[in-house]
Design a protein around this ligand. Sequence first.
Ligand SMILES: Cc1cc2nc3c(=O)[nH]c(=O)nc-3n(C[C@H](O)[C@H](O)[C@H](O)COP(=O)(O)OP(=O)(O)OC[C@H]3O[C@@H](n4cnc5c(N)ncnc54)[C@H](O)[C@@H]3O)c2cc1C
Length: 351
Amino acid sequence: MLVIGAGTAGAVIARQLHRAGLATLLVGRPGAGLRPGESLPGAARPLLRDLGLLSVLDHSAALPNLGNLVSWDSDTLQPTDFIQDPHGLGWHLDRPRFDACLLEAARSDGVLHIEAQVNRVQRLSEGWRVGTQAGDFSAGFVVDASGRHGVLRRRLGLARICDTPLVAVYASARDAHEDHRTVLEATPEGWWYSACLPGGRRIAVLHTDAGNASRLIHTPSLWHQGLAGTRYLQHWCRASEGWSPLSATGAGGGALCTAQGPDWLAVGDAALAFDPLSSQGIFNALYTALRGAQAVVAHHRGDQLGAQAYSGQLHQVREHYLRRVRYYYQAQTRWPQAHFWRLRRNEALRA
Ligand SMILES: Cc1cc2nc3c(=O)[nH]c(=O)nc-3n(C[C@H](O)[C@H](O)[C@H](O)COP(=O)(O)OP(=O)(O)OC[C@H]3O[C@@H](n4cnc5c(N)ncnc54)[C@H](O)[C@@H]3O)c2cc1C
């Protein structure tokens, strides 16, 4: 087995496959530096427990997430208190550290890890050859855990459904606010959130159209003006100091038409990616790693239906997700002429 990508999904599925007795090679560089994707809902607790990975939260110094404050379909700021959530509090993660702990858990269980970028994937008459700067590796079965980049999809030309494009433009700063809840606010040009990060920092992210994102990256002062112009979020960011340079990343939802083939399977964002509004991405990376590993093990024992059932399960998850995300975009009816919202409302109405 060869797993491409040493992020959340990759580290977890490699560990699960190794534990099931399958020789597994994990190839990829762990992420470093600031990246958005730091809120893990309390619903992940049983999943981490089943995986035997609950201790990773302590080891990565995750902070409790007490709740959200949201201004979405009205001018008021509505609190959601996670104490009332049956799953309990969520967490704010130091994401590179969280992923590094998952990788360490895989390595210390015995997974062989090659820290290298995959730059070639070739299908042979039987199995695969995967090329990296550290050399070429052969495998009978490949798992794509390379995130939205989707290494296998690009190499094989696999069909992927892409939802309305969405770009996240973000920066971090030293955090000076005492309220550590996540704040989310809709504005005419898109929606913002700000969350605290372990280590005394705070991230602020604007989700907007590609055209607007490119304008902000070229003229960062416009992003800072947008932040200062928010009704609520600015109060969590006002005293923040030393903003990092702006970065941008694709954040739109999407899914492979099928998440598996006779000798491959995709997990995490490589299989099914969500709009960050859902806060579901890390949970999905863990869940698909767990279920994906079960499907690969079944396949190895000659049960071909397990992987198809896995793909069908992801299809159902996506249908459920689409209903929810469309509901939220439709509910936001302020600024009917704003391009960002018109596009999303029309899409929800067409569905
Ligand atoms: C703006 C934004 C905010 C978000 N906020 C949240 C949130 O609050 N909560 C939440 O749950 N989710 C959030 N998400 C989603 C979440 O970050 C992802 O769903 C999650 O990271 C998916 O994990 P993954 O392991 O599938 O992919 P990734 O975390 O992307 O990991 C993929 C790995 O593959 C590696 N890789 C890529 N190409 C190659 C290659 N050629 N060779 C080797 N390795 C390669 C990468 O370096 C990386 O280490 C957010 C996403 C965005 C964009």
